[in-house]
Design a protein around this ligand. Sequence first.
Ligand SMILES: NC(=O)c1ccc[n+]([C@@H]2O[C@H](COP(=O)([O-])OP(=O)(O)OC[C@H]3O[C@@H](n4cnc5c(N)ncnc54)[C@H](OP(=O)(O)O)[C@@H]3O)[C@@H](O)[C@H]2O)c1
Length: 295
Amino acid sequence: MKILVIGENGQLGRSIKKSFVNSKLNDQYIFVGKNDLNLIDSKKVSNFFKDKDFDLIINCAAYTAVEKAESDVEIADRINHLAVKQIAKIANTKKIKLIHFSTDYVFDGKKQEPYIESDSPNPINIYGKTKLAGEQAIQLIMPYEAIIIRTSWLYSEYGNNFVDTMMSLGVEKSQLSIVNDQIGSPTYAGDLAVALVNILQNKDFRKSNQKTQIYHYSNNGACNWYDFAKTIFQFANIKCKIHPINTENYPTNARRPKYTLMSNNKILKSFALDIPNWRESLKSCIMILNKQNER
Ligand SMILES: NC(=O)c1ccc[n+]([C@@H]2O[C@H](COP(=O)([O-])OP(=O)(O)OC[C@H]3O[C@@H](n4cnc5c(N)ncnc54)[C@H](OP(=O)(O)O)[C@@H]3O)[C@@H](O)[C@H]2O)c1
């Protein structure tokens, strides 16, 4: 297969590259970043694909700034929705498979048990709305040959994320207040990247005329942001006091769903995956971060 990965410099893009190298994937692949393929510019996107052929596009580029999206609606919509729609059209015309990533924030958080793929989405912030519009465009344009993987609370040893922010703040400050009434599952991008390689190596995935599917993928287990921060400090040996607070006491531009735990059952039934618990993966990521900091 000839694979194009869009979003080379994001945390998932970088994790996928590492995973492709480690797994010695027997496919040809190229990674492109914003400088090679800027999704904001539809003309550049069509020109990019004009003289190139791929068997699979993996899109991990996105507008991921949840807070900023509230005032940057047009740009967020262009990247998370309109560009995705354009990529789906290109993929459909050229008979290219597509793997796209989405988010737990497509849900409103009113459920009290893990969300399954057939649950109705109802996003409560702009980021979630634009990501859902992207998902819906793919489903409409590509009834076959696409996979949408929704993930949650993504972190990695790369770039800005909650783990990285807590590790910096925890050293700078003696105490912090973190919300304890939003429940979900932190997901290590490295695990998702390994799962992706497993999907690529699946015989059924490689067959043609496969019905488009949505899958949920998060690390196993549940927590709230306060638990997550506490565990980061425990594993990183950071002595910063943290106080649990309610969402109401931490005003943000974007509304956040209270509960976005997602069930992994469907993806586990379809692919032979071994999904670690979030604590186990967090420990490994912090070990990598500590090693990087020693250098
Ligand atoms: N982060 C989370 O907590 C989270 C949670 C659930 C789902 N997800 C989903 O998981 C996927 C991967 O997320 P991530 O955390 O890896 O995101 P990320 O680290 O923010 O990376 C996103 C990438 O998209 C690229 N990008 C942004 N605007 C672009 C444009 N106009 N043209 C081309 N590329 C552009 C960025 O390029 P630059 O680096 O050059 O800006 C960046 O490399 C996304 O679909 C996201 O919605 C993320």
